[in-house]
Design a protein around this ligand. Structure first.
Ligand SMILES: Nc1ncnc2c1ncn2[C@@H]1O[C@H](COP(=O)(O)OP(=O)(O)OP(=O)(O)O)[C@@H](O)[C@H]1O
Length: 581
């Protein structure tokens, strides 16, 4: 998974990677050459008192060291560019993929893990690439080159090399095998803590209102402790790792000096060669150490690559049509034909064989108990979900065959939970139609009964809006969302309980102002308050996902007991008796 991901995304950086290889090779060869030059200075210069030789070889050493530094700097630069670019590309792909997800896929993963996967997980891959390009090239060359050079200096001490490397290798294998599942748990726990934090920050007001701070603090503490526990567990292996490597290096040094000293004594090698051998052995072990460091990162990166690939390979269930059909007319006639809808994983459908049609210039209202499926129904209109059976058409064309852009500009949804983006009031209002003029924005605000409070703000249309629109009140947010839909001038307006946060007077004024604006359009409105839908041309009564009655307010008062119950529970006794007579 990791290799496939790296292979795919490193393709664009081939020239840079080749440059890294060349310069790392140059730098490593230079590093390997230095101890042997040093040995020659000792054996042929110092031991024989040949100052000229020392100067000449010293100058060569200086030149080699200079080449090594320059090559290393260039290699690190190229490696960093590659790693950062690769990270950016993976992030972009994940972002695009998540952008193509329908609510179904987003619901399957959950927002916190999608965020972690596109930030923390990609960062792990980026780090591995960076370290890999810097160390993974250098470490094997240094290791093999070091072995060759060390054996050239004294084959008699070669057994020291053959013993120390496998010891390190076995240790590494054990540790990497242990780390792999732990890293998977760690990434899951990062998801967990992100999820808790996100929920708590979003619901901070509710938490305070219900004095649940202590409970929530404990919940966070639990998630935090779980992450800490696994981090400590992983850390304890890291802590063990480096002393073990150090110990092996010290034992190897002592062994080289002990056995090498005897060989010098016996005249089998010279002091300079012994020094070079020691330096090579240490270089080999440092290379193994670097490899170890890399290996430590690999298990975590493998887990991250799996998680990223899972996102990238998830097929969005909602496809844009292969051959989009442009409707012959653009009026806004909306029809549901025997539509059944079920949430993924749910046991039963939430909408059962729903059929109705709504025509331009008319208002269709949907009323029903909480949980009866009103929001689910209207969410099908902008194609947030697709029905599992039946079809929804707009001007005679099934939504599944609509060009996505066309559908987006045809349906203006004001969601139940109004949401604004960080920016300004103007940038939010222009969300659906960038070219709208300031005058048009003010007109929309006036209809939405929001112009007054916007005018009161010193910066007017340019007043800042914070993420989610948290710096305006619930009612103001709702009105701005209504204004945003008006600016788009869609063929179908969908108001999902969009007037609930407004007081009765503002609600009435807004409705009055909306009438001329929506004259040419179809209006679908979900309402809790009967008073807001009495003027609707058609009212659907929804019960457990089924339409149990339909008609105008008057017709329903005569025909639907459920509707009458709702009316009686909401309107004053005077109004309801007046209506029945
Ligand atoms: N994302 C979801 N996944 C699974 N089930 C869901 C999801 N959203 C809603 N439901 C379920 O679908 C049913 C209908 O919900 P819906 O939100 O459409 O009702 P509603 O009539 O709009 O309610 P309200 O008036 O409270 O907004 C409920 O039983 C709800 O639990």
């Amino acid at each position: 998974m990791l290799l496939r991901l790296l292979r795919t995304y490193s393709r664009a950086y081939r020239p840079w990677i080749i440059a890294v290889l060349i310069f790392q090779l140059a730098s490593t060869i230079a590093t390997l050459y230095l101890p042997s030059l040093n040995a020659r200075i000792i054996d042929q210069g110092v031991a024989r008192g040949d100052t000229d030789y020392i100067w000449r070889t010293g100058a060569v050493m200086l030149g080699v060291a200079f080449v090594q530094v320059i090559a290393a700097v260039i290699a690190v630069y190229c490696g960093s560019r590659t790693a950062m670019g690769l990270g950016r590309d993976v992030r972009r792909s994940v972002y695009r993929q998540v952008g193509s997800f329908s609510a179904r896929e987003v619901g399957k993963f959950g927002a916190p893990t999608l965020i972690t996967r596109n930030t923390n997980d990609v960062q792990q891959i980026q780090m591995l690439t960076l370290m890999g390009l810097n160390f993974m090239v250098m470490a094997p060359i240094m290791c093999v080159g070091g072995i060759v050079m060390a054996l050239r200096e004294d084959p008699g001490l070669s057994w020291l090399v053959w013993v120390s490397i496998p010891v390190m290798g076995v240790l590494l294998g054990i540790i990497v095998a242990k780390l792999m599942p732990w890293f998977r748990i760690m990434q899951d726990r990062i998801d967990g803590i992100n999820g808790v934090l996100r929920e708590q920050i979003t619901g901070i007001r509710v938490i305070r209102a219900f004095v649940k701070e202590r409970h929530e603090t404990e919940r966070f503490a639990r998630a935090n402790q779980q992450l800490t526990d696994i981090s400590v567990q992983i850390g304890s292996l890291f802590v063990l790792m480096f002393p073990i490597i150090n110990m092996i290096m010290h034992i190897a040094t002592a062994a080289v000096l002990w056995f090498g000293g005897h060989r010098v004594d016996q005249g089998l090698i010279e002091v300079g060669a012994l020094t070079a051998f020691l330096q090579y052995l240490l270089q080999i072990l440092v290379a193994v150490m670097m490899g170890t460091f890399m290996m430590m990162m690999v298990p975590r990166a493998v887990v991250c690559a799996e998680r990223i690939t899972e996102v990238l390979s998830t097929e969005p269930t909602m496809h844009p049509p292969a051959h989009p059909v442009d409707p012959a007319s653009h009026h806004g006639t909306l029809e549901f034909h025997d539509v059944t809808f079920q949430y993924p994983g749910a046991e039963a459908p939430v909408l059962d064989r729903i059929s109705f049609s709504a025509v331009p210039g008319q208002t269709l209202a949907i009323i029903g108990a909480t949980g009866s499926g009103k929001s689910s129904l209207v969410n099908l209109i902008p194609r947030l979900f697709d029905p599992v059976a039946g079809k929804v058409t707009l001007d005679g064309v099934a939504l599944t065959e609509y060009p996505p852009q066309e559908l987006a500009s045809s349906v203006g949804l004001v969601p139940q939970k109004p949401f604004l983006f960080s920016g300004t009031i103007a940038s939010n209002l222009r969300f659906g139609r960038q070219e709208a003029t300031d005058d048009e924005l003010w007109e929309a605000l006036a209809v939405a009964q929001a112009d007054e409070f916007v005018r009161e703000k010193p910066e007017g249309l340019n007043s800042p809006i914070s993420q989610g629109g948290t710096n305006v009140s619930g009612g103001q947010r709702q009105r701005l969302c209504i204004a945003r839909a008006i600016v788009t001038a869609p063929r179908v307006y969908v108001f999902d309980d969009s007037f609930s946060a407004l007081d009765v007077t503002t609600d009435a004024k807004l409705r009055e102002a909306l009438r001329p604006v929506t004259r040419q359009s179809t209006v679908v409105t979900v309402a809790q308050r009967v008073s807001t839908i009495t003027g609707a041309d058609q009212i659907l009564v929804l019960e457990h996902g089924r339409i149990t009655a339909r008609g105008t307010h008057r017709e329903l008062l005569d025909s639907s007991d459920t509707y009458c119950e709702i009316v009686e529970s909401q309107l004053s006794a005077e109004q309801s008796t007046g209506g029945r007579s």
